[in-house]
Design a protein around this ligand. Structure first.
Ligand SMILES: Nc1nc2c(ncn2[C@@H]2O[C@H](COP(=O)(O)OP(=O)(O)O)[C@@H](O)[C@H]2O)c(=O)[nH]1
Ligand SMILES: [Mg+2]
Ligand SMILES: [Zn+2]
Length: 292
């Protein structure tokens, strides 16, 4: 029987099998010998030990499409990156780092800007201008007024989606509207701390319907771009692709080289300065890293 690992706790893996439910499984010794650790999101073959008790063994891990380290998860089809249009205002550098990380893993991204109910027209227009121009799908929602939430629902259909974004932007509120299986706690962080709720969480997939899953990933404020060379960074800024090969120098990194087509596009307003500045900052970080 085949299923998907939706949760792993203390050596047990919870495997969701469409139409027959969730089985509590152990991974057989063979994986430990081969040093393969099953991950949330893995598609696995299980043998059922007890149908009534819903227990089994994982006997095979099917080939992974991709895997992320933090959060540890396999086979993500896409990421839904959620920020608020305002309150809190979008932290562009963080957003661009996340986009770079997903581009480097070839994971498609859909951008959701929530709290459109309290946004002004210029705020919405700015976000649209920056990110739609890069070729990202951008959806504006209000979890509070339940606006455009069905649009998010259709993005999630039939896929496994990592939902990421800083805290306070409305991720949990959106997730609560999208399914009825789990009710996530919403509200301000200070309220949660005051109530003594611990914030460390394990990765867990929430089933939306029989073949759609979402994962609420913890805030990614400590996100560094570090697992590639500085010369690769330019490929993870989608809007640069149009100018690739048009610079005076072969292998131009679009930083201080003369005759750079990307910098010309920047000056002509075809590339947004917010994006270019974030590119430079990440580029310099990668450069620094090399020196040590
Ligand atoms: N005005 C407005 N407030 C929202 C919206 N969505 C969530 N909130 C509020 O923002 C706060 C944080 O929401 P929460 O879902 O916990 O955010 P999370 O930390 O990203 O999971 C809560 O006080 C919510 O009531 C929205 O669309 N509009
Ligand atoms: Mg939350
Ligand atoms: Zn260039």
């Amino acid at each position: 029987m085949q299923g998907k690992i939706i949760k792993g706790i203390a050596g047990f893996y919870y495997v969701h099998v469409v139409e027959s439910g969730v089985y509590e499984c152990k991974a057989k010794g063979v994986f430990r010998k081969e040093k393969i650790k099953p991950l949330v999101g893995d598609n696995v073959e299980i043998e059922v030990l007890d149908e009534a008790e819903k227990t089994g063994n994982i006997v095979e891990i099917l080939t992974r499409k991709n895997e992320l380290i933090r959060p540890a998860v396999a086979n993500i089809d896409q990421a839904l990156v959620v920020f608020a249009v305002t309150e809190p205002q979008p932290h562009f550098n963080l957003l661009d780092r996340f986009l770079v990380m997903m581009e480097s893993k070839e994971i498609p991204v859909v951008l959701c800007f929530n709290k459109k109910d309290i946004a002004t027209q210029p705020e919405l227009a700015k976000l649209e201008e920056i990110y739609r121009a890069c070729g990202y799908r951008v959806i504006f929602t209000s979890a509070l007024k339940q606006e455009n939430v069905e649009c998010i629902g259709s993005v999630l259909a039939g896929k496994t989606t990592a939902i990421a974004g800083p805290s306070g932007v409305g991720k949990s509120s959106l997730i609560n509207l999208l399914q009825s299986e789990v009710q996530m706690e919403t509200g301000s962080i200070s309220k949660k701390i005051a109530r003594g709720k611990h914030t460390t969480r394990h990765s867990e997939l929430i089933t939306i319907d029989e073949n759609s899953y979402i994962m609420d990933t913890p805030g990614f404020s400590s996100l560094y771009v570090n697992d590639f060379e500085k010369g690769e960074l330019k490929y993870y800024f989608r809007e640069f692709a149009l100018y690739e090969g048009k610079c005076r120098f072969n292998g131009c990194d679009h930083v201080h080289e003369p005759g750079c087509a990307v910098k010309e596009a920047l000056e002509e307003g075809k590339i947004h300065p917010v994006r270019y500045e974030d590119y430079l900052e990440m580029y310099r970080e990668l450069q620094e890293k090399k020196r040590y």
